[in-house]
Design a protein around this ligand. Structure first.
Ligand SMILES: NC(=O)c1ccc[n+]([C@@H]2O[C@H](COP(=O)([O-])OP(=O)(O)OC[C@H]3O[C@@H](n4cnc5c(N)ncnc54)[C@H](OP(=O)(O)O)[C@@H]3O)[C@@H](O)[C@H]2O)c1
Length: 321
């Protein structure tokens, strides 16, 4: 519609094998796309005074679905969902830095990744400790030239017990690991994300941040806080073109839930509560994270998306078939 208002379009046959566009500003098609035999030229008409569309160049399909040239920090990338995210982002062309507490496991992962030609570096860091978070972001700044395109706050932990049985120490552990670390890492990373010009943050929530799950009052509250932080930062940082979204998984096959799911009866109950009747795989989460980082999702911010086989929308749906 805007194009019809502002431009007259001329099409002519040409022997040239390159698609060329001659126009005065604004350009709305990228130059040098391959398109045989056609030369398009756009002549600006006088726009009506009350219309001020800002026409942006349409980037090519391959640019919208690529992370080539971007840098990313993924916390907790040696196992489970974090590891799948590292590999997914690298697959889309990003340079990734990750961290975890266990040095041996981190070294093994780095050796594997580098051996496979992946651009991944890593630091030993316990993100629940303030000084270690500061050191991590310091390392990142020098590694990525004071600029970070993608921050994936993946680390989180769980202590399952009735709320009244929580000790002060257990409460602090969950708050420090699941919320305070994320909050502070965002503060520390903000100047680097701003310098990117198109920063993206993905938080790791959980369905426990939406619905009540047995013995998970504290963990669920930390994820609820993450959900609200996602919405607030999406609005607060929109001026810097930093997008903030969250993913909220249900049971995903990782070391964190291995023990609770080793109980067959419990596992059956999980299946029966999940419309897709199965657990999720870490790669089914990492693909959503990658999408939220890609230019293809550039108009999505402030959203918390469940990856849960339908669990969070399941009301009452008995199995008759
Ligand atoms: N799996 C699920 O069913 C599920 C469901 C909902 C939400 N989630 C969320 O998804 C995220 C990842 O869970 P996951 O299941 O993939 O966990 P996981 O299998 O236990 O892996 C956790 C990763 O984070 C690292 N890590 C843990 N604590 C850390 C700390 N304090 N500092 C630095 N690194 C740390 C671990 O390495 P080290 O131990 O060596 O530090 C490991 O690399 C969490 O936020 C979790 O709440 C998971």
């Amino acid at each position: 519609m805007a194009q019809a208002l502002f431009f007259s379009l001329e099409l002519s046959l040409s022997a040239s094998s390159t698609f060329s566009i001659c126009s005065s500003t604004p350009h709305f098609l990228s130059k040098n796309s391959t398109f045989n035999h056609l030369t398009l030229s756009f002549k600006p008409l006088k726009p009506p005074k009350h219309l001020h569309f800002h026409l942006k160049p349409i980037s090519s399909h391959s640019n919208r679905w690529s992370l080539r040239g971007t840098t990313a920090l993924v916390t907790g990338g040696t196992r489970g969902i974090g590891r799948a995210i590292v590999e997914e982002l690298v697959g889309f062309g990003a340079k990734v830095h990750t961290c975890s507490r266990n040095e041996t496991e981190l070294s093994e992962c780095l050796e594997n990744w580098v051996g496979s030609g992946f651009e991944v570096t890593g630091s030993v860091c316990d993100v629940s400790v303030r000084a270690q978070r500061e050191r991590l972001i310091g390392t990142l700044s020098s590694l990525f030239d004071n600029k970070l395109d993608i921050l994936i706050n993946n680390v989180g932990t769980n202590i399952r017990k009735p709320m009244v049985d929580f000790t002060a120490e257990e409460l602090s552990t969950l708050l420090a690991t699941n919320f305070e670390s994320v909050f502070h890492l965002c503060q520390l990373a903000y100047p680097l994300l701003k310098a990117s010009g198109a920063g993206r943050v993905v938080f790791t929530s959980s369905v426990s941040g939406f619905v009540s799950l047995k013995n998970m009052s504290v963990q669920g509250s930390t994820k609820g806080a993450i959900n609200q932080l996602t919405r607030n930062l999406a609005c607060e940082w929109a001026k810097d073109n930093i997008r903030c979204n969250a993913i909220a998984p249900w049971y995903i096959k990782t070391s964190m839930v291995e023990q609770v799911l080793s109980n067959k009866e419990y596992l059956e109950e999980v299946y029966s509560r999940t419309p897709l009747r199965r657990l999720g795989d870490p790669t089914e989460v990492s693909s959503l994270v990658a999408f939220l980082c890609l230019p293809a999702s550039s108009y999505i911010t402030g959203q918390i998306i469940c990856v849960d086989g339908g669990m969070s929308v399941n009301g009452f749906y008995p199995r008759h078939d």
